[in-house]
Structure formats: C-alpha cells, structure tokens
Write a protein that binds this ligand. Sequence first.
Ligand code: FES
Length: 374
Amino acid sequence: MSEFSPNWAKPLVEPDAFRDEQRRLTHVWTFLGLGRDVANDGDWFRASIATRSVFVQRFGQTVRAFENVCAHRSYPLRIEAKGNGPLICGFHHWKYDRDGKVIGIPICNMVYGKQPHEIDRRLRPIELAHCGEMIFGRFPSPEATQSLEEYLGDAFPILAFMTKKIEQPMYFERAIQANWRLNMHLTLDDNHGPSVHPNTLGRHGYIPSMSMRRYFRFGASSGYLFSDDEECFTKLLNGCRDGTYRASHYFVFQLLPDLIVALADADRPFWFCNIMQYSAVAHDRTTFRSWSYPAPFATDSSWFTRVTRPISDLFRRPIYMHYYKRVVVEDITVCERIQEVAHQIDRPPMLCALEERIDWFEASIRELTAGHTK
Ligand code: FES
C-alpha cells in the first residue's frame, strides 16, 4: 500500500502547507556542516534547519550554535557563508558571549539606563551533536529526546568512520527551483539512470539487476548497496565499527530529513565520499550543498598506486567533479520540470520495485512531522 496521501504534493505548491511541514521538522537532527570549518577559535559557518538560518561557532575548546537572529531587532548576525571573529551584530553592534548572552551594547547606560549585564537578552541556542567530522543540530524541544546516535542508528558508526578524515573536500553549491522533497525522491529512485544519465553515469547508469539491489532501512532513514553479497550491509557496519572496512561497492544512504552520503568509485581502486544536502528554502526552492573527498577506506591497490595518488589526484579530482556536477544538474533539471506541473498533481505516484525507498521516505517524513506541532 502506498505511503503517499492523495494531497501529498500540497507542500510543493502551497506556502502555508510547506511552512507547517518545515515547522514540524525544526526538532529533527539536521546536518549543519563539517568540523574542519570551525577548527580555529572564532571560526564560524552558517547553515539552516528547516529553512531557519543558524550558525555554528567555535569559542576556544567549545563549539556552539545559535539561531542567526539578533536578540535586539532580529538582524542576522552572520551574513556570509563562513568566517572568523567575535559575535557582534552588524546592525547596532550588540556583542554576545559563548552562551549567547548579550555582554556589550554601545552607549547602553544612556539608551537603556542600565549596564549590558543587567539586560536579560540572549540568542536562541541550537542543540549540537557530532558524528565523525559531521556536525548536526536541532532546535531544542522537551519532546526531542533522542540522541543523534539513536536517531541515525546503524548509520552512525558508518558515517563516523567515513568522515574521520576529510582531506581537502571539493565543495559545490547550487540553487534549485524545485521543492526539496522532489530532490530527495530522485536520489531514492534507482530507475532513472538510463533515461536521465545516459552520457554521464556509464555502467552505473544501468538499471541494477534485482540480485544486486540491497535496500536497508534504519530508523527514519534508508540505504542502497550495489552488491551481490547478501551480507554486505553487516560487513560494512562491522568493518566501520572496528576500522577494517575496505571499499568494494557503491552505496548511498538517505538520512532524513535532507542528507545523503554516498561512496562512489572514480575509477577503481579510487573511491570518493560525497556528502550532499538538499536544504529547503521555500516551497519551490532548495539549496544543494555537497562535499566530495577521497574515501578514507583501505582499497586493494598497489604500493605504487597509493604513493602516486597525490599526483594522480591532481587530474582525477577535477575530472571526478566534472562528471559529478553533470549528474547532479541532470537530476536537478528533472525536479525543476516536475515543479512546473506540481500544481496539477492530485494523486500518489505509482512506484516500482526500484522506487520502493521513496515510499519509505514519505512514511518517515509523515512520522517525523506528526509529533511536533510547534
Ligand atoms: S539588531 Fe542586532 S544589534 Fe540591533
């Protein structure tokens, strides 16, 4: 039975339905960025949780995150993607400490009749959790009690191992004129390779034989492993837990709400990890962000191949990114075309066996949004 309701497309076209959906997702663990971007004291980067702007900043040994809205008159504190410096608002120069408490206000005594420390205003804090180099956040709520490790389930040790060493990630960002859920659906669709990617994916563009298709569900999320080994997921999980995993086949995890992590081969034995995110911006707009880097897994390569990799990567990296971006844009184009007719969608899709995980995704989104109403 389909997990889609007849009006599943409402948030794709109706701003109110979209806002309600996003409001209910603010308490779900959401990927914010990489630890390497807050490696030094004062480093910060901007991100978003369910369309709400937030920023992550290092204060000495501590990493904190806050909603990106000044407690004075709501100016965004961080207006660039990343940077370094004290937490001072650009509008009237209110200054905040690591707890988000205001500690400095120009001419405070004159305009408020008291000292800054007597003013009880602070930034709204974001709850943070780490998995390897990945930083996740959510808006706190008494109902949101599940730890990140519990939320990610079996994906947690795999992500922790995949991101333990991220070398010079290649960053790619792109604005999309389509709803974020359409983009997530496309990544869960193993049926479109030959028609959408005939010139880019090569042999990965083939529809996988059913015997190579391994689908797994963990918590709210799911994964696909391209392997004829029925034990491949257990081997991946155990190998990441004890640090012995060797890259051998393509896999991709879709981690709700909007994160995708994949292992792909550039040309074997060279593998890349891709961290991808489709952040909702509006009912018909999404921001795609991605980080690609050489996989930290061991491979069956010769000594010579390993030693010469820093040189060969000078060529491999741009070639890999060229094809990677083309594939991403081909997917985006499909979503933008569906968005153009989204107002005409009045029934659930008819999913096939290679689109099964789209149904799982919709079931999980319904479950995640059912619990939170504020
Ligand atoms: S809005 Fe930030 S200091 Fe006034």
